[in-house]
Ligand binder design. Sequence first.
Ligand SMILES: *Cc1c(COP(=O)(O)O)cnc(C)c1O
Length: 375
Amino acid sequence: MPDMISFIDLKAQRARLKDQIDTAVMKVLEEGRYILGPEVTELETRLAEFAGMGRALSCANGTDAILIPLMAWGIGPGDAVFVPAFTFASTAEVVVLAGASPIFVDIDPDTYNMSPDSLAAAIASVSEAGELTPKAVIAVDLFGQPANYPALAPIARNAGLKLLSDCAQAYGSTLDGKASLNWADALTVSFYPAKPLGGYGDGGAVLCKDETLFAIMKSVRVHGEGAERYEYARIGLNSRLDTLQAAILLAKLSVFADEIHMRQRVADRYKVGFGNVVKTPHVLAGAQSTWAQYTIEVDDRDEFRAHLAEQGVPSAIYYPIPLHLHEPYAGYPLAPPGLPVTEAVAHRVVSLPMHPDMSDSDIDQVIAAVTSWKA
Ligand SMILES: *Cc1c(COP(=O)(O)O)cnc(C)c1O
């Protein structure tokens, strides 16, 4: 039986960037500005530059990054926020934390991102019921691929809703060469270590183009601070990014564009190697994915995963149970007629090893394991 390869290999990246990161970390320790130090401001400048638009505000994690704009927009009790159910908990959790109601929307069967038709149906049904006020849409750029913003944005605009891109897995992704912020009012990032741009701890950021929104979000980030310190203009959070994480992220951001290419190379080899044995990811025309996950679909998933494991190939399931089927989220409305696509794909998806440092032999081992399934 072959040795188990890595699903994500953070050690290989650490070896590549060791000198740069160690120097950056020591500099922060020597300088002693541990909170909102100069590296934090520098990172914010670089994050906006990399996105090619807007301004960036760093924060404590990718969950707060979504909560901060919702709070800045004043979204709360009686408001409806439209979210997919095929996502990580944060996307819907922050809506409930803000006091509003998530409305679960179905996904496209090929990209796994929010379905424009299901969004339109959900907005119509909430408006008709008249109990909640539609306020915002949170589209998730799942597995690294941008949602279909050219289709989603007009639906949100026409209904007078804010559009937020939960880009936790997809910072650096583009559609026709542009970041999702080109269509969205805000774009949020997670620096959780396993994300494509990950730190060595928790961290996040939110990007926007509107200066007024930026100023309010900056206040929300630090306890709702007003013009003076210890003067409060609103209820806020303690959601600062550590200077140490910013220094580490600056080093990682300097090679991030190359790493996206390295991930694309793995995805290209997988696609050719797998042929028609499994359903491979469908990327929208004109889209660049960051390949946070390489997710395929199979019948008999459990047997397939056992077969992969025997061949030394680890796999994971993102996400086994859609959010609306978990007890804390079960009471919230669904887009009519329900979420059939979400519920079907949750039983079929499997994510395969994916990271920038995958060797040719690791890639070959995955291809051999997948193509020998039922061969
Ligand atoms: C990881 C993730 C988040 C939350 O990020 P944290 O930094 O872990 O708080 C939010 N949304 C999606 C889609 C994610 O994958």
